[in-house]
Design a protein around this ligand. Structure first.
Ligand SMILES: CC(C)(COP(=O)(O)OP(=O)(O)OC[C@H]1O[C@@H](n2cnc3c(N)ncnc32)[C@H](O)[C@@H]1OP(=O)(O)O)[C@@H](O)C(=O)NCCC(=O)NCCS
Length: 336
């Protein structure tokens, strides 16, 4: 059995900055409310017509990660792409990345685990590398939320939180099993599936034909729904549990953590976790202030920025943790 390690990281966000004040011009909200509840100051939105999609942003992040990994695109053995906002209903963006990067006909897998998507994707890549089946796996998390949100006062409880962007990592074989990804931990609780969801169009409750037939301008079913307080309460519990699970599995303590990179759901959630584990500001990386919640892209964007800022060094214990729609949650314990 091998371990896997992250050998290259990259991220891409659209240039267009949307501040809280910008949002207050199109809906009844304000900078103070948003900052107080979420910590978000601004986010990036793709400008329609500029050509960015979930896939193209993922490709841009991937190119940087591959270059930093010091490998050739033809050394990639497998692609894993996590998103809740794919370019097409089908096929998923994994194959579009294979095409757009001109990678040989390797397998491409799409992960549908929302805010936990990148943690799930890393876990999948890790298993393939552990068994020796693949040597280099490209993992991408990318989201284009902005054009699927209700940008009116009706949708303000959700729309102010989410932003666009992409991050990518190249995972590679590590022969020393004390280094790299030590373990991954995944969970789900479908009982709460609808508490943070986008129901339509789907083949379950609301078909495309239903939407067309009803032709109802008040229809909210194709916008995301979030029971914010319920999500918040579950998030703080599950984040904590899955970090503890990962530490215990490796006989580590919270004092061993050099850097925690939590999914950027809400600054208040990150601060709650920081306090619970008695971590200093230097031990927790947050950038939700600049980008909002970019779902599957949030951890790889944050990890890339942390690495670029020199906050991740060889030998460090780095913990990734996520919680989101599903509910799904998970953690990754890394000896860098
Ligand atoms: C979404 C969230 C910020 C809302 O904060 P909250 O304190 O729970 O606020 P509520 O939803 O109870 O709304 C409080 C009031 O603010 C209003 N409000 C909602 N969104 C608003 C906005 N963007 N601007 C101004 N007012 C807003 C509500 O209408 C409500 O008004 P009312 O009291 O007159 O009915 C918070 O619940 C949260 O962060 N939840 C977790 C979200 C999350 O992490 N999601 C991603 C998981 S991966």
């Amino acid at each position: 059995m091998y371990n896997s390690k992250i050998i290259g990281l990259g991220h891409y966000v659209p240039d267009n900055v949307v501040t809280n004040d910008d949002l207050s011009k199109v809906m009844d909200t304000n900078d103070a409310w948003i900052q107080e509840r979420t910590g978000i100051k601004e986010r990036r939105h793709v400008v329609k017509g500029d050509g960015d999609t979930t896939t193209t942003m993922g490709v841009k992040a991937a190119k940087i990660a591959i270059e930093r990994a010091g490998i050739d695109k033809d050394d990639i053995d497998f692609i894993v792409f996590a998103t809740l906002s794919p370019d097409y209903y089908f096929p998923g963006p994994g194959v579009l990345v294979q095409r757009d990067l001109g990678i040989k006909t390797v397998g491409a897998l799409d992960v549908r685990n929302q805010c936990s998507g990148f943690v799930y994707a890393i876990s999948i890549a890790d298993q393939y590398i552990k068994t020796g089946m693949y040597k280099n796996v490209l993992v991408i998390g990318s989201e284009l939320h902005s054009h699927g949100l209700d940008m009116t006062t009706r949708g303000r409880g959700v729309s102010v939180i989410f932003g666009d962007g992409a991050g990518a990592a190249v995972l590679s074989r590590e022969e020393d099993n004390t280094k790299g990804i030590l373990s991954t931990h995944l969970h789900s609780e479908g009982q709460h599936a609808e508490e943070l969801s986008l129901i339509a169009p789907g083949m379950g409750k609301r078909w495309v034909t239903d939407i067309i037939e009803d032709n109802d301008p008040q229809d909210e079913s194709y916008f995301p729904y979030m029971n914010g307080q319920f999500v918040f309460k579950n998030a703080v519990v599950r984040f904590s549990e899955v970090i503890i699970e990962g530490l215990e599995k490796n006989k580590l303590k919270s004092t061993d953590i050099n850097l925690l990179v939590p999914h950027q759901a809400n600054l208040r959630i990150s601060q709650f976790i920081q306090k619970k584990f008695q971590l200093s500001d230097d031990q927790v990386f947050n950038n939700i202030m600049k980008y909002g919640n970019t779902t599957a892209a949030s951890i790889p964007i944050a990890l890339t920025e942390a690495w670029e800022a020199g906050k991740v060094e060889s030998g460090d214990l780095v913990v990734l943790a996520a919680f989101g729609s599903g509910f799904t949650w998970g953690s990754v314990i890394i000896r860098w």
